[in-house]
Design a protein around this ligand. Structure first.
Ligand code: NDP
Ligand SMILES: Nc1nc2c(ncn2[C@@H]2O[C@H](COP(=O)(O)O)[C@@H](O)[C@H]2O)c(=O)[nH]1
Ligand code: K
Length: 496
């Protein structure tokens, strides 16, 4: 594609613009801006294709941030099944990453992994495992390993008011409804609805292969899993910029990692640029994502070092104290807009990283030009995040989250160093060590949050008249609003 004799990568004609051409003099963040509807020929939100233009393999623009309290194996499996990607943190030892990656690659692209226990297991064990996943059942099985046969199903309701030491054989529903693998998904939905069960084991012959819920069957008709060339659920892992970067990247590649992320707070430092070069030199065709930066210059340096995707965001994260500690950072909407424009000029892409609290923020990041959006803390308060679940005493469930530059994370990351070095590193904390992320009782699973994001973004696209993420960026018209303007957009749960 050519404009005025200058080669422009596909999808960059136009780009977003400000209402009445009024580009503000100050930098903006998501809450500062709104999108105005434009003439649209997109007749249905289902006509919108949210496949990301960064070609990493995601079919929705959602990447789970590489944070220890959030991104683990269950998050990776669940989010990839719906088309997103979870990045495993740099602090996880390579052998553990290898084990997680091969486990995620072996998951079913349609059916959720079952929580299984033996008939002799206890109600206490079932209750402690039930909150690890959103589907709400434990499948009681006979047999070992991968070859198990379901003999019963236990729900949370069946465990209520029962002694925690009771055996599951005493409380399980025997001869449960099972769904043969491959059954037409609308039919699965109808059968589960007709039988008034929310979830059922899926079997091949007698053998358990997973669990399907009514919502899961519905979702599988709306979402396309993110998979690699072998059809396995997509995986990603982060590598830091210290030590033997090429060696660690090589080990991650040998483990089967599908997308590599070079992760550091200050991506526009020489050490980070060298780390990107080192990773690029061993990565072959595997996409390399690198960050974080907030300027066109930073973007250019990382792209020139070999990044396919540049990660944008300094200081917007919910666990992040960088701006309060240092005064450094940049309001995220403007950071994404500038970096995305530079990356597109170079034929590359950016991920918007941090500060996402509502579906609107994802839509606005894409309008600014991001190809994908990274979400951390918002997903901490879900069944699938890596942390353990707690009750705050009033019955509300929460998970603990912490920043990756917090004293807590630094302590874990520097465990191999001397006490002196660890104490010194701990002085430079730029994140909070403990926060409570409550589960929303109406949306306790990460897929519930993804449903909201995807519904919101599909709708944004039709308001803008866009069928794809590239078109949303090209067609978006943005305005700047006051705090009162933002407030007006909030729903009102009670009268005023
Ligand atoms: N997006 C964001 O706003 C931020 C994200 N984070 C996240 O926290 C985690 C830890 O990252 P990071 O702190 O880079 O740790 P890393 O362990 O990855 O190492 C950072 C390296 O960069 C050097 N460095 C130089 N200047 C800085 C600086 N201003 N801030 C941090 N390091 C600097 C450090 O040296 P030395 O220690 O000797 O100074 C160290 O060698 C990552 O997951 C990162 O993404 C952290 C902060 C901001
Ligand atoms: N300055 C810090 N930034 C951090 C820390 N831990 C994570 N992060 C960044 O935040 C995003 C996720 O943002 P969120 O608003 O969705 O939670 C993550 O990808 C990192 O870039 C930290 O300790 N300090
Ligand atoms: K912050």
């Amino acid at each position: 594609m050519r404009t005025g004799g200058r080669a422009v990568p596909c999808g960059t004609l136009g780009g977003m613009r400000f209402l009445n051409g009024q580009r503000p003099a100050t930098d903006l963040t998501y809450a500062d801006v709104f999108m105005v509807p434009g003439h649209s020929t997109v007749g249905s939100r289902l006509e919108v294709d949210l496949t990301t233009p960064d070609r990493v393999g995601t079919t929705i623009p959602v990447v789970v941030a590489n944070m220890t309290a959030i991104s683990g194996r269950r998050m990776a499996e669940t989010i990839a099944r719906r088309g997103g990607l979870a990045v495993l943190p740099q602090d996880i030892p390579v052998d553990v990453v290898a084990e997680v990656v091969s486990w995620v690659h072996a998951r079913h692209p349609v059916y959720d992994t079952a929580i299984t226990l033996a008939p002799s297991s206890t109600v206490g064990e079932a209750l402690s495992l039930m909150t690890k996943r959103a589907h709400g059942i434990v499948v009681v099985v006979e047999g070992r390993g991968e070859d198990v046969v379901p003999v019963g199903v236990v729900t949370d309701g069946a465990c209520r008011g029962v002694d925690r030491f009771s055996q599951l054989s005493q409380v399980m529903a025997e001869h449960p409804l099972t769904v043969p693998a491959g059954t037409d998904l609308p039919k699965v939905f109808d059968v589960l609805s007709g039988e008034r069960v929310s979830a059922a084991p899926v079997v091949e012959g007698d053998r358990l292969v997973g669990v399907v819920t009514r919502k899961g069957a519905l979702r599988s008709t709306l979402y396309t899993p993110a998979v690699n060339g072998e059809g396995q659920l997509l995986t990603s892992a982060a590598v830091g910029i210290n030590g033997d970067v090429a060696g660690k990247a090589t080990a991650l590649l040998a483990a089967g990692v599908d997308v590599l992320v070079v992760d550091t707070a200050h991506g526009h430092q020489e050490k980070a640029v060298e780390a990107v070069r080192a990773v690029r030199s061993v990565a072959g065709s595997v996409p390399v994502v690198a960050g974080n930066v907030v300027t066109a210059e930073g973007t250019r340096d990382l792209v020139e070092a070999g990044a396919d995707v540049v990660k944008v965001g300094v200081g917007p994260g919910a666990m992040c104290t960088t701006r309060m500690m240092t005064g450094v950072g940049r309001p995220q909407f403007s950071a994404v807009e500038e970096c995305a424009a530079e990356a597109r000029r170079l034929g590359k892409h950016v991920w918007a990283d941090g500060g996402v609290r509502h579906p609107r923020d994802v839509a606005l990041a894409l309008a600014a030009g991001a190809a994908n959006v990274m979400v951390g803390s918002w997903f901490a308060g879900t069944y699938e995040s890596a942390g353990d679940i707690h009750d705050d005493g009033s019955g509300r469930l929460y998970k603990e989250s912490f920043g990756m530059a917090s004293a807590r994370a630094v302590k874990a990351r520097t465990a191999q160093q001397s006490g002196f070095e660890r104490a010194r590193a701990g002085l430079f904390e730029e994140g909070i060590s403990s926060s409570r992320m409550y589960l929303d009782p109406a949306r306790p699973g990460v897929e519930d949050l993804v449903d909201g994001i995807v519904a919101g973004v599909r709708s944004s696209c039709t308001y803008a008249g866009a069928r794809t993420i590239d078109e949303l960026h090209e067609r978006a018209v943005l305005g700047v609003q006051s705090a009162a303007g933002y407030d007006e957009g909030r729903p009102l749960p009670t009268s005023w």
